[in-house]
Design a protein around this ligand. Structure first.
Ligand SMILES: [Cu+2]
Length: 72
């Protein structure tokens, strides 16, 4: 159970170009427990595949906000 994986989808407001997408992806990939990040401009969301036990959704949101975007 310690290795279970969760997929979390976070709506992200304020991304306007592929540079924004890349920024969001980069800050999320640095966080502990993160396995894979997919960010879409059209969908305005980040999909984070992460280890359930070693990552916190709150940290994902903080990282996105610190990068200059809003959580919708
Ligand atoms: Cu941009």
């Amino acid at each position: 159970m310690g290795n279970s994986v969760t997929t979390t989808i976070i709506p992200v407001k304020g991304m306007t170009c592929m540079g924004c997408v890349s920024s969001v992806k980069t800050v999320l990939e640095r966080l502990p427990g993160v396995i894979k990040v997919t960010v879409t401009l059209e969908g305005a969301q980040a999909t984070v595949e992460h280890q359930t036990a070693s990552s916190r959704i709150e940290d994902f949101k903080c990282a996105i906000e610190e990068a200059g975007f809003d959580i919708s």
